[in-house]
Design a protein around this ligand. Structure first.
Ligand SMILES: [Fe+2]
Length: 248
C-alpha cells in the first residue's frame, strides 16, 4: 500500500479520486434523480446529445426536483457518519460513472486541480464552500497550462459547479469552519476531443499562483498530487490571492 498523502500540517488526505483504483459497482439509489440521469448518460453515449446539452439536461433535472428533500436521508447519513456516500457507481473498460455525496470536514480543502475526459456536476447540498473555477485555455508547456477564471466566491446550498473537457475543467474548493455536503455526479470517457492526449487518469494538481499574463490569464504549473496537498491543503482559499497583472 502506498504511503498516505498528508497536508503540510500532517492532516491525512481522504482520496476520492479514482486515480486508477478499481472501485466496486454500486446501485443502491434508484429514484428519478438517478434513473433520469442514467437515461441522459445513454443519450450522450449514443451521441444524441452533446456534452453541453447533457450538462444542461442534468441541470434541468436537478431543478425539477427538491434536491434537499429528496436526498435528506442521505445528507443526514453523510453528516452522521462523516464520510462520503456512494449511491451509484459503475466502471467499464473505457467509461465510468459515480453519483455520490461528498463529506467535507470543517476547513477541508480540495486543492486546485484539473481533469481528463470528465463531465461532472457538483451541487452544494449542505453548509458553505468557497469555489474557484477555471477554463483551460491552452497547454503552454509539459507542466504549464493557461487558465481563465470563471468563478471565485462563496457557494450557498443549490449552487453548482459544472465541468466538461472544454468548460470550467479546473477547480479548487473548500469548506468553511463547518462541515459541508456536496452531490458529486461525474462520468468519465464520454468526450471525443480531449485537451491532453488519451491515456491520462485522474485529477492533476495545479498551482494557480505561479504567474499571470498581461491579459489576466493565469499561468498555472502542474504539481504532483502530494505537492498539491502539501502546498494548498491547509489554507482557506480566501487567504490565497490569485496573481494579478500590475501595469507598469
Ligand atoms: Fe475535481
Amino acid at each position: 500500500m502506498s504511503a498516505a498523502i498528508k497536508t503540510a500540517s500532517g492532516k491525512i488526505v481522504k482520496m476520492n479520486s479514482r486515480a486508477g483504483a478499481a472501485l466496486p459497482d454500486v446501485n443502491i439509489y434508484r429514484e428519478r434523480l438517478w434513473s433520469d440521469a442514467q437515461a441522459l448518460i445513454e443519450r450522450l453515449d449514443r451521441h444524441a446529445i452533446t456534452p453541453d446539452e447533457y450538462i444542461a439536461e442534468v441541470r434541468a433535472l436537478h431543478h425539477s426536483v427538491d434536491m434537499a428533500a429528496e436526498l435528506k436521508p442521505w445528507i443526514k447519513r453523510t453528516l452522521i457518519e462523516r464520510k462520503d456516500q456512494v449511491l451509484n457507481q459503475k466502471t467499464m473498460p473505457k467509461k465510468a460513472w459515480t453519483m455520490q455525496l461528498l463529506y467535507l470536514e470543517p476547513g477541508e480543502v480540495h486543492p486546485p486541480h484539473h481533469h481528463h475526459n470528465l463531465i461532472s456536476t457538483q451541487v452544494l447540498l449542505h453548509g458553505r464552500i468557497y469555489v474557484r473555477e477555471w477554463d483551460r485555455v491552452a497547454r503552454l508547456a509539459p507542466d504549464q497550462i493557461l487558465l481563465r477564471t470563471r468563478s471565485d466566491g462563496w457557494f450557498k446550498p443549490g449552487d453548482r459547479m459544472e465541468t466538461t473537457e472544454v468548460a470550467r475543467n479546473a477547480h479548487w474548493f473548500c469548506a468553511d469552519d463547518k462541515p459541508a455536503v456536496i452531490l458529486n455526479f461525474y462520468i468519465h470517457g464520454f468526450q471525443s476531443w480531449t485537451f491532453d492526449p488519451p491515456g491520462i487518469r485522474g485529477r492533476r494538481m495545479l498551482d494557480p499562483t505561479h504567474g499571470v499574463q498581461a491579459d489576466g490569464l493565469i499561468v498555472a504549473r502542474e504539481l504532483p498530487l502530494k505537492e498539491g496537498h502539501e502546498r494548498f491543503g491547509d489554507m482557506p482559499i480566501v487567504d490565497v490571492p490569485l496573481p494579478r497583472h500590475l501595469p507598469a
